[in-house]
Each structure stands twice: as C-alpha cells, then as structure tokens.
Design a protein around this ligand. Structure first.
Ligand code: FE2
Length: 242
C-alpha cells in the first residue's frame, strides 16, 4: 500500500499528521508499505534533537516506510550530505533505515506502480528568509536535474502511473490562481512541468506546495493535510477548493 500526503513542515506538524488517530490506516501497514510526502517534509532542517526525535519516531515507532520528495522548505546543505543510493529504480538519499528522500527527475517502481518524482519549488516568501539559514538556492532544480527527468521519462516511453511533484504545471497553476486569487508567478519549473504534462501518459499527478486540497481536471490532485491512497488515479476525497 502507498499513501500520499502534502506539506508537513517538520516537527510542528509531523506528530499530528501521522499519529494513530489522524491516520488509523497505519495499523494495517508494515515497513513494505509507504507514506509519501509531496515536499516540504521539513525534518532535515537543522538536525537538532527535535528533528532527530521525529526521524527516529518515523523509523522505530511507525509501522510504514516514509518517503518524501523535497519542497522549497528543506535545508539542502544537510539533505545533500546523506548517502545516495539506487533504490527501486531511482536515486534516493537514505536518511535512516526507513526514511528516504526521492530525488528529482527519477522513476521508481513501487508495488507495481511506476512513479515519477520531481521535488523543489520557488519560495513565495523569499524576502523574509535568509540564505543558508532558512532559504537555499537549491530549492530550484539544476539544468542536469531537468535533463535527467526528461531522460528517465524517455526511458519509460513517457508512460507512468503517477507523478509526484511539489509545485505544478503552468496550467495547473492557472487553475489554482483562478480559484484562490493567490499571486504566484509562473516560473521555469511550471513551464518544465507543462512540457511534461503535455507529453506524458499518466493516471494521476499529485502536488502540494499551495496548502490546499483540490481536484483539478486531468486527474491532477493538489494535496495538503489529507492522507490518501496513491493508486494510479487520484481517488475522491474531502475537498477544500483553494
Ligand atoms: Fe512549499
């Protein structure tokens, strides 16, 4: 079983999101099952006692394996120090025995599903953040990460079951804009995902970042606090339109 949820932002929310009362389905899960966080995991922030406590909690107390893609609010200096390895077809950073960071532009085969992952996003609150302390330029992908994503999609003939990204395509952003009035400017990432969206055959595209729940046309799902089963196609669930 694979479950997916949206932005967590570290120690302040992880216990609430993934406790037994909020996520009772975990009783039936084992370490061969996954909970995937669609960016802004936030527990690789300064690796203080609090971060370490929750990382250990996920590994030792929780029944499932935790996967995350990066968002914009991660400490990339620390994240990139973890050992890299090939895992189920794609590159990961291994945080501990059962917490793994799925890196950008990778295709994973998990429980019979082919999954394309691509983290990162531009911070909207950049003006209030300090480089190296609360903001990292690596929140945006490098040219080689963009290229690797296309290469890996080419390798699987542009067919996957699910896409998991932190931000979204330009058309998805426009859809979110129209309904929420938020003023997020489209950037190179939105264009890159648009290029992929126009070409790729996929059953479901999941993204976070905008802190809302919404079902978009084209089997695209903006997810925040919901914890939903990740099948090929996004299931219906409680919606709070942005
Ligand atoms: Fe974010």
């Amino acid at each position: 079983m694979i479950y997916i949820t949206g932005d967590i932002h570290g120690a302040a929310n992880i216990g609430r999101r993934l406790n037994m009362r909020n996520f009772p389905q975990q009783k039936k899960l084992g370490k061969q099952d996954y909970v995937l966080i669609a960016g802004d995991f936030g527990l690789i922030w300064n690796l203080d006692n609090e971060d370490r406590f929750w990382l250990k909690w996920l590994d030792r107390i929780k029944s499932f394996t935790t996967l995350f893609i990066d968002g914009n609010h991660e400490n990339f200096d620390l994240l990139e120090r973890f050992p890299q390895e090939k895992w189920n077809g794609g590159m990961v950073h291994r945080i501990n025995d059962s917490v793994l960071h799925l890196t950008r532009g990778q295709v994973f085969e998990l429980q019979g599903l082919r999954l394309f992952t691509f983290g990162g996003a531009a911070s909207h609150d950049r003006a209030f953040r300090k480089e190296g302390l609360s903001w990292w330029a690596r929140e945006l992908p490098s040219e080689s990460e963009y290229a690797e994503g296309l290469r890996n999609l080419e390798r699987c003939n542009w067919q996957v079951d699910a896409v998991v990204t932190h931000t979204c395509s330009r058309s998805a952003l426009e859809w979110v804009h129209e309904r929420s009035g938020t003023e997020v400017e489209p950037d190179a990432m939105h264009d890159y995902f648009q290029q992929i969206e126009d070409r790729l055959t996929y059953h479901g595209w999941w993204f976070g970042h905008y802190h809302a729940e919404a079902e978009l046309p084209g089997r695209r799902r903006l997810i925040h606090e919901n914890i939903m089963k990740l099948g090929g196609t996004p299931p219906e669930g409680p919606i709070r339109n942005p």
